[in-house]
Design a protein around this ligand. Structure first.
Ligand code: AMP
Length: 270
């Protein structure tokens, strides 16, 4: 695996790789890699000849009181994991200026209405920061394929929408959520949770599964939401939101509820 630490390294490596035949697939990450991330690398290898992973803790997507400084970083372990997966290139910039050079104006991307709903409501500016860095990385690497996990469903939708306009020749692949045995989605931030909290978090998945069952049994939407809220409160979990949306994250209501495919989006941050 070639490791590029600077823009120059990256450009030289990409030049070499673009001479080889076959598609290039990109997996953008913030590191502290787990099986969820590695599933994206495997999907990349199935769909492209060449793979590039990026590890960059993007300051633009963290709010003022969020965990940018203490976000888990585990460079050496990440490198070994990617080597095992036979990823071809890793771009892990030495500092933020390798992505956002001081002399270059940052092209800011706005995430619009959807970017300010659901998780975006609780984390103002978060999705603008995500889209801005992803657009920048797409411009720098110019991959044929880019892969994003459904664990960050809202992000997946917003990136797909942005790409349709700004990167029309890029294929976005959507990877399924990888969960731990108790149903909790793997996440770098799970490092913050004690064993007790991880067990408590499994109730989120139980709640989602039960809500889907009620949905399939044609229970009224309000009842499903009330039931979910009661269950979570009984487990001492206080959700930031619990909403029913369609698969594009549009709002739905009882009138649109004709047994059509929809799903629950739930997020708990605090
Ligand atoms: P992050 O490092 O958290 O920015 O995540 C990088 C990529 O990995 C994003 O596309 C995430 O959606 C994806 N990802 C993270 N955790 C999981 C998971 N448990 N299952 C599937 N994809 C994931």
């Amino acid at each position: 695996m070639i490791i590029a630490r600077t823009r120059d390294d990256l450009n030289q490596t990409l030049q070499k790789f673009t001479q080889k035949p076959g598609k290039l697939a990109l997996i953008p990450t913030m590191g502290n890699l787990h099986s969820g991330h590695l599933s994206l690398v495997r999907l990349a290898k199935l769909n492209a000849k060449k793979t590039i992973t990026t590890i960059f803790v993007n300051p633009l997507q963290f709010g003022k009181n969020e965990d940018f400084e203490k976000y888990p970083r585990s460079e050496e372990i990440d490198i070994n994991k990617l080597r095992k997966e036979k990823c071809d290139i890793l771009f892990i910039p030495i500092n933020r200026h390798e992505v956002f050079p001081k002399f270059e104006e940052v092209k800011k991307i706005e995430s619009g209405k959807l970017g300010n709903e659901l998780c975006g409501k609780i984390r103002p500016g978060h999705f603008d920061g995500v889209l801005t860095v992803v657009n920048k990385i797409f411009d720098m690497i110019k991959p044929d394929i880019a892969i994003f996990g459904a664990k960050d469903y809202q992000q997946q939708i917003l990136i797909s929408e942005m790409s349709k306009i700004l990167h029309p020749y890029l294929t976005i692949l959507k990877a399924p959520i990888i969960r731990s045995k108790n149903g909790v989605a793997l996440s770098s931030r799970n490092n913050y949770l004690s064993e007790k909290e991880m067990n408590l978090a499994s109730n989120l998945f139980k709640c989602l599964e039960n809500s889907v069952k009620l949905y399939n049994d044609n229970v009224l939407l309000n009842e499903i939401i009330e039931n979910a809220q009661k269950f979570l409160i009984s487990k001492k979990l206080n959700p930031d939101y619990f909403e029913l949306r369609d698969n594009k994250l549009n709002n739905i209501n009882e009138n649109h509820f004709n047994g059509k495919k929809s799903f629950f989006k739930f997020c708990y941050i605090k």
